[in-house]
Ligand binder design. Structure first.
Ligand code: AMP
Length: 114
C-alpha cells in the first residue's frame, strides 16, 4: 500500500506531538484541532480505511479503543465526556488513508455533527 504521513509518524520519521505509544498503537495531537483536546489514535499497521479491516485485526481495533480510553483519562476528559470518530473514505471526509480514530473533547460537542 502507499505510505502516508501517519505511517511516517508511526515509524518516527517525522515529528508529532505523541501522547501515547505502545507496540501496536500511536496517539498524537491533531495538527488542526477541532476541540481543545483532539488526538489521533492509529495502529502502527498501515490499514487504509475501515473498509479494509480484516477479522485478524479485531484485537488491534480493541487496542485502538483501549488506547483512546487511556488517553482520555490522562487528558482529564473521561468523566465529562468525549467523542471518538473514524471517518471512512471521501464522503466522510477521510483525507489520510491510514486508519485513525479521532478523540475529541474538552468542550461540549454538538450532535449530530452535520
Ligand atoms: P481525516 O479527515 O479523518 O482523514 O483526518 C485527518 C486528520 O489528520 C485531520 O484532522 C488533520 O488535521 C490531521 N493531520 C494531518 N496531518 C497531520 C500531521 N502531520 N500531524 C497531526 N495531524 C495531522
Amino acid at each position: 500500500m502507499m505510505d502516508t504521513i501517519f505511517g511516517k509518524i508511526a515509524r518516527g520519521e517525522i515529528p508529532a506531538d505523541i501522547v501515547y505509544e505502545d507496540e501496536d498503537v500511536v496517539a498524537f495531537r491533531d495538527l488542526h484541532p477541532q476541540a481543545p483536546i483532539h488526538i489521533l489514535v492509529i495502529p502502527r499497521k498501515p490499514i487504509r480505511t475501515l473498509n479494509d479491516l480484516e477479522a485478524a485485526d479485531a484485537e488491534l481495533v480493541g487496542r485502538l479503543f483501549l488506547a483512546a480510553r487511556k488517553v482520555a483519562e490522562r487528558e482529564g476528559i473521561a468523566a465529562a465526556g468525549y467523542r471518538t470518530v473514524i471517518n471512512c473514505n471521501a464522503a466522510a471526509g477521510q483525507t489520510v488513508f491510514h486508519l485513525h480514530l479521532h478523540l475529541l473533547g474538552g468542550r461540549p460537542l454538538r450532535w449530530p455533527p452535520g
